[in-house]
Design a protein. Structure first.
Length: 431
């Protein structure tokens, strides 16, 4: 892990100091909301986005990332470091941890060399490094997804200390759901995988106990927040009420009202729609109003979908998926043009190596056994056929796909090594 921290530290210095973004204001359209939530939690003990009283309880934002920001803010206060700088330092450190976890997955599924190459490729992956200075959930969710898959892979390989690993898997998926509720179905994937990979007959206790523990810990971990939300709204809201706006944005993307690129103009168009709908909602300000608004957004999205033909939806899918898996997430201003160019070059290189790695895995009959590497990518691709797309929404799956690039890198190295080795000895004097 030390090497990954050293590598990412150098990269962080280049980005933060070299591009002068170490003390720039908090970025990310959601950043101010997350910041207010963390501030009010830390100083007032209230989960609210309000910058000043009345601090109405919030139910539209999942609490996981604000809780992470509370930890960062606490560290900033006690270490005497600026809040924004501390956030960025911590998120770069999380990138190093992600690289180390990817190393572990590659080692478990393929081998130590592939794990090391995958770790380095992840630690130098520009979209991850770019997102590390945004106040957005992606770095946290990426770390938790990668950790969950590493724990799952170890359980499927029946490594020692499996009871502790089972509990850790349940808690990790619960934490992930607290940060981004749309990853809750990872619980189903994990439970099914543990059940099918268990020993004994289908009715045996041993086959059922591990998935049962994972599900039980997940439910227990989410129960307190679900109870809190029910007390505020009178409805079952496990984590947050925020799917309606994404559905409306998705419907607008299919209809062409806003683009798949989700530019600032597109966000303005969406915000205007949401504001108009908000005016039609009549409920007590606070959590109940938020739930009513979310339901209204969903109804508006359904009306748009009803007007769309199946052909229009189907023909939109290829372009939609391309935007979901676009290579860079850096702002396209003058100072970052060179990084965008490097990002495209890195993107093309990783795709080429990844395809070689996938073919090598297929040749070695490993492609199906390596399903933890591509299952999240498949899930996100399907999920965002329904919900709206932004390029950053696929970042959680990319470190696992990078392992295929590592497999391809190692395979290319084995092919090229004899050639370069023989070329290097042609001019040598006989012994």
């Amino acid at each position: 892990m030390t090497w990954y921290f050293a590598l990412v530290s150098v990269e962080a210095l280049v980005i933060l100091v070299g591009f002068g973004v170490d003390t720039t204001p908090m970025t990310g359209g959601d950043g101010p909301d997350y910041n207010h939530l963390a501030h009010n939690l830390l100083f007032h003990g209230v989960y609210s986005t309000a910058p000043s009283p009345p601090l109405l309880e919030n139910i539209t934002r999942a609490p996981g990332y604000p809780a992470v920001l509370v930890v960062f803010d606490f560290l900033a206060i006690h270490l005497g470091i600026g809040q924004v700088l501390m956030l960025r330092i911590c998120q770069f450190a999380m990138v190093a941890v992600i690289a180390w976890l990817v190393h572990g997955i590659g080692r478990e599924l393929v081998g130590e060399l592939v794990g090391r190459v995958a770790g380095v490729l992840t630690a130098t992956y520009l979209p991850l490094l770019g997102l590390a200075w945004y106040t957005l959930t992606e770095i946290t969710t990426c770390l938790l997804v990668t950790l969950a898959l590493l724990l799952l892979v170890r359980l499927l390989r029946r490594t020692p200390n499996s009871r502790l690993t089972v509990c850790g898997l349940g808690l990790t998926i619960a934490a992930l759901t607290y940060v981004r509720p749309d990853f809750a179905p990872l619980l189903v994937i994990a439970a099914v995988a543990l059940f099918l990979g268990g020993a004994g007959s289908l009715r045996s206790r041993e086959r059922w106990i591990r998935p049962g523990i994972v599900v039980g810990i997940f439910v227990v971990a989410l129960l307190p927040w679900t109870i809190r939300n029910h007390d505020l709204t009178g409805k079952l809201v496990p984590v947050s009420a925020d799917s309606g706006a994404s559905l409306l944005a998705s419907a607008d993307q299919y209809a062409g009202t806003i683009s798949d690129a989700m530019t600032s103009t597109d966000f303005d168009t969406l915000l205007h729609q949401l504001t108009v709908i908000d005016k039609s909602v009549h409920a007590k300000p606070g959590a109940k109003e938020a739930v009513a608004a979310d339901a209204a957004y969903t109804r508006a999205a359904e009306k748009i979908f009803d007007r769309l033909s199946a052909a229009r939806i189907i023909e939109s899918i290829p372009k939609r998926e391309l935007y979901l898996w676009q290579p860079t997430v850096f702002p396209p201003n003058e100072g970052h043009k060179i990084i965008n160019v490097l990002g495209w070059a890195q993107y093309v290189m990783l795709i080429a190596l990844g395809l070689i790695g996938a073919l090598e895995s297929r040749r070695r009959h490993m492609l199906l056994r390596s399903w933890p590497l591509w299952v999240v990518a498949l899930y996100l691709s399907l999920l965002h056929l329904v919900f709206h797309i932004e390029g950053r929404y696929s970042i959680e799956a990319r470190p696992m796909l990078i392992i295929f690039a590592a497999i391809g890198t190692v395979a290319c190295g084995r092919v090229l090594r004899p050639r370069f080795g023989s070329a290097g000895t042609r001019g040598a004097a006989p012994t």
